[in-house]
Design a protein around this ligand. Structure first.
Ligand SMILES: NC(=O)c1ccc[n+]([C@@H]2O[C@H](COP(=O)([O-])OP(=O)(O)OC[C@H]3O[C@@H](n4cnc5c(N)ncnc54)[C@H](OP(=O)(O)O)[C@@H]3O)[C@@H](O)[C@H]2O)c1
Length: 306
């Protein structure tokens, strides 16, 4: 089968057409992958930046997000039937056996859910990790109606969805973005205030929230600088490792794609309550270019596998 593989640290990711097709073991389903997307962790994995933190099992088939149809099921009972449309996130304790491939074998209990009617596979393929992370981060800071939430890194895949969930919770959203199209992008998603992170971020936030912000969603930037903008009862949720050791109000989160979370984000997207802004689309063979384009891109970059 075809797959985007990494053959060694330092080697560029490339399309291979001779990867063995995985077989589903008991408790697993075999997914014919139709769509995926690029996430921050994919770029880090491809660049070898996760060395020492996760095992690289070469050749590493990259890719976290997937959407497709169930092609086969392993022995024993399974939640899914042949032909079911599914989506989710590859969760393994190592790097390899990823989603940027024609086929993917995954356990049927965690990191996978049905694609509901009204949600297309290309959109579902861009939703899993970013949507789960946005939900988990917002749950960690639990904004109330009227709270001010600062989203740092609002222009990326997670941020684009976090803006919408924070706004839906009734919060006033301050988003980081450069001037121009990035500012328009976050405003269209529900940000009421925009601050340019390349300038005096703290001063700009203080200008629109003199008493500070009740919550920070930390997807990029300096965690300590952001935490200093919190109100006394404020909370910060970080996806990039800024936690209680660095600041008492901080929680470091690891996204966990529980089926209930995947169901929620899929239902929200199907119902039009959640927009998944896919601003670029690439065929599987063009994934190396997508990884290059990822830096500086707005929202999600989608991958069409087949
Ligand atoms: N812990 C977890 O479970 C988990 C799960 C998912 C994601 N993550 C991590 O969370 C981060 C966000 O993920 P993502 O997929 O949304 O990545 P992304 O698409 O790269 O989003 C990051 C965004 O932040 C912007 N940015 C860069 N420097 C900034 C700064 N100093 N202040 C404010 N914004 C800045 C980037 O703009 P430019 O592109 O212009 O630089 C980009 O739009 C990544 O580091 C990812 O690895 C962690």
């Amino acid at each position: 089968m075809r797959a985007i593989t990494l053959h060694d640290l330092g080697a560029p990711p490339a399309l291979a057409d001779d990867q063995p097709q995985p077989g589903p073991r008991p408790g697993e389903v075999l997914v014919r992958v139709r769509a995926s997307s690029v996430n921050g962790i994919d770029r880090k994995a491809a660049a070898g930046m996760l060395k020492g933190r996760m095992e690289y099992r070469f050749p590493v088939v990259l890719g976290k997000d997937f959407a497709g149809t169930v092609e086969a099921v392993g022995d024993g009972p399974t939640r899914f039937g042949l032909g079911d449309p599914v989506f989710g996130v590859v969760m393994r304790p190592y790097l390899g056996d990823g989603a940027w491939a024609d086929f993917l074998a995954v356990g049927d209990q965690h990191g996978i859910a049905w694609v509901p009617d009204g949600l297309d596979l290309p959109t579902a393929g861009a939703l899993g990790l970013a949507g789960t992370t946005a939900v988990d981060a917002l749950n960690a800071v639990a904004p109330r109606p009227g709270d001010t939430v600062l989203i740092a890194g609002a222009t990326g895949g997670v941020g684009a969805l976090a803006i919408q969930y924070a706004a839906a919770a009734g919060a006033r959203v301050i988003a980081t973005a450069r001037p121009g199209s990035a500012t328009d992008f976050v405003r269209q998603l529900g940000a009421t205030e925009v601050v340019d992170y390349t300038g005096d971020l703290s001063g700009q936030v203080r200008a629109v929230a003199p008493d500070g912000v009740r919550a920070v969603v930390h997807l990029a930037g300096d965690g300590a600088q952001l935490a200093a903008l919190l109100t006394p009862d404020g909370r910060l949720a970080s996806t990039i490792g800024f936690g209680p050791d660095q600041h008492p109000a901080a929680t470091s989160i690891m996204a966990s794609p529980e089926p209930a979370t995947l169901d929620r984000i899929a239902d929200d997207a199907a119902a039009g309550r959640l927009r998944v802004p896919i601003t670029g689309r690439y065929d599987l063979a063009d994934v190396p270019r997508a990884l290059t384009d990822f830096s500086g891109a707005l929202g999600k970059l989608g991958i069409t596998v087949s």
